[in-house]
Design a binder for this molecule. Structure first.
Ligand code: UD1
Length: 368
């Protein structure tokens, strides 16, 4: 019996989707106690609370309430508050997810106190260190004791970086566990018709990465090309808070056609439903590259690179960067009916959480 709880740490929207299937597995066990620790990196109902409700995640045992701030400030706040928690109530180990500031800060705090760190979604690399997430991934993986990879490229990257292969486990994509679990409920939402859209007859757009929304010139040229596309196919655009801020600063809302519609961020079920019924998706989100691949929906990825190459090589993603011409060409290809389809990706089968828990249990029972 393991006495001290395992800490499951989540802080930002994409983490919550990866956390839910693991909790479902752990709920079936009575010999592996756990606490949910929310760092509070995302705190709004639309960015956080709604995900806990729709994914059935219990109220966090601890909320560090760090809130927003510049990269360094936010990371430092998490580090300081999480270290205090680890000292006051030591866990058996810490599980971190993905690549957000909460991931790296909590891995660092735990590792310095010699508490084992397990990283879910390890090994992904864009090889682009201008992205804060890439720095977070590199540091988290270097510090982790057990690394769970979602696709084979992750295993190769880790081994190339000198991580001992016995620490690395290819378990598949835990986001697909969430997707499979919730798809029927998501489709029952009928989100397109609620928003006045016809199934298969709209494009879904999301963008929030600094590479797309921070530079004025880039953002304006993106808004122009999406305005043009919306005259051919309506676009629905749930706006991330950091993008919304930029739209306000540049007064962009007033310059776009009615068919290019901005709405609040969606909860997880509405997001899945809108993706599944879209003709195509434009996005710079990592998670949506994977969801569209699984759902076989064309994904025009607004990134110059991806840390998820399997979505390009075997899935429906095409990288177009922030280049309006390439975006337009990719849109035309979808409209021509000649766009590629997805193949079945190994281990994206809804059983990743099961595999992760088996490894966790084995590790904790032999070392604790
Ligand atoms: C973070 C992650 C990113 C992930 C994204 C998903 C890092 C470095 N980045 O980016 O990998 O794709 O989450 O959403 O961790 N804000 C709100 N309400 C909230 C949370 C944030 O209004 O609940 C605003 C903040 O004021 C801030 C902005 O959104 O200005 C950005 O939030 P932040 O947590 O810094 O990073 P994201 O850009 O969301």
């Amino acid at each position: 019996m393991i006495n001290r709880p395992l800490y499951l740490v989540a802080g930002a929207r994409p983490n919550f989707i990866k956390l839910a299937p693991l909790i479902r597995q752990l709920q079936n066990l009575d010999d592996l106690p756990y606490w949910v620790v929310h760092t509070g990196q995302h705190y709004d109902d639309v960015m956080s609370g709604s995900f806990f409700r729709t994914l059935g995640i219990p109220v966090p045992d601890v909320n560090l309430e760090v809130g927003s701030g510049e990269q360094g400030l936010q990371t430092a706040r998490i580090l300081e508050r999480f270290e205090r928690l680890l000292i006051d109530s030591p866990p058996s180990a810490v599980v971190v997810f993905g690549d957000v500031n909460s991931t790296v800060a909590c891995a660092l705090a735990a590792s310095k106190l010699q508490i084992p760190v397990f990283h879910v979604e390890a090994g992904l690399r864009s090889f682009d260190r201008t992205m804060p997430e890439e720095i977070n991934r590199l540091i988290t993986d270097a510090l982790s004791d057990i690394l769970f990879a979602s696709e084979i490229s992750g295993v190769f990257n880790l081994v190339r970086e000198g991580i001992a292969s016995q620490k690395v486990h290819l378990v598949g994509n835990i986001m697909i566990d969430s997707l499979e679990n919730t798809l029927p409920a998501a489709l029952a939402r009928g989100t397109p018709s609620r928003l006045g859209l016809n199934s298969g007859n709209y494009a879904l757009l999301t963008m929030h990465r600094p590479s797309n929304v921070d530079a004025e010139e880039t953002l304006i040229s993106l808004v122009e090309v999406f305005s043009e596309i919306s005259l051919h196919l309506p676009i629905i655009f749930p706006v991330h808070p950091r993008t919304f801020q930029r739209f306000n600063e540049l007064n962009l809302q007033k310059q776009i056609p009615d068919a290019f519609r901005l709405i609040e961020p969606l909860d997880y079920l509405d997001s899945l439903c809108l993706q599944k019924q879209a003709r195509l998706v434009f996005t710079d989100s990592g998670g949506m590259q994977e969801e569209t691949t699984y759902l076989d929906i064309p994904c025009i990825t607004l990134r110059a690179n991806t840390e998820r190459p399997v979505t390009v090589e075997m899935g429906t993603s095409t990288l177009v960067g922030s280049d309006p011409e390439r975006i337009w060409e990719a849109f035309q290809l979808v409209e021509s009916g000649n766009y590629k389809h997805t193949s079945k990706i190994p281990l994206w089968d809804g059983k990743s959480a099961e595999r992760i828990v088996a490894v966790l249990k084995e590790y904790l029972t032999t070392t604790c």
